[in-house]
Design a protein around this ligand. Sequence first.
Ligand code: GRF
Length: 196
Amino acid sequence: MGLNKLKLAVFISGRGSNMLALMEACKRPDFPAEIVLVLSNRPDAKGLVSAKEAGIATEIVDHKGFSSRETFEAEVQKRLQAYTIDYIVLAGFMRVLTAGFVDQWLGRMVNIHPSLLPDYKGTDTHARVLADGKRETGCTVHYVVPDIDSGEIIVQKRVPVLEGDTPDSLAARVLEQEHVAYPEAIERLAATHKNA
Ligand code: GRF
């Protein structure tokens, strides 16, 4: 089929279960993307271990070593230059990126958020959903724009809120759907991607 696979840089800060779901998807011969780099702002991110074990290149840019977001991001950009990257995939990356960085990757950077955007932007989504007595929540893969959690939606998955749910139980159920949503979103990106 001569697939020209999309080259992804996955940004993580911790556990990396979405990254793992993408790694699994990338094993499928017909999956239209490959992970060329996993970048973490935390040296102890668990996901780095799995990436290394899979033979994927990793980069660590520890934000604590920088005095501003801009200098941190300049180092990230510098590291990225060593790779050919079509899309940055934020997967539990816990740093807010400045408009300066986002603009350089506009249309080529996506994020996953654990709510049905535009509802429940920001943090603690599951606790807020429960406090509001919502019957349904979910997850959203969206393009990243300078305004947080506001870019065009690529894929959404709905998840029912069940009697007795806690933020943790709800998070776990939503996470299962995140792992389905992200590979699906990457397939959609590939379908619309124009090779420059
Ligand atoms: C996910 O719930 C994601 O939606 C949120 O952070 C979490 C990351 O989990 N942005 P993981 O590191 O992919 O396991």
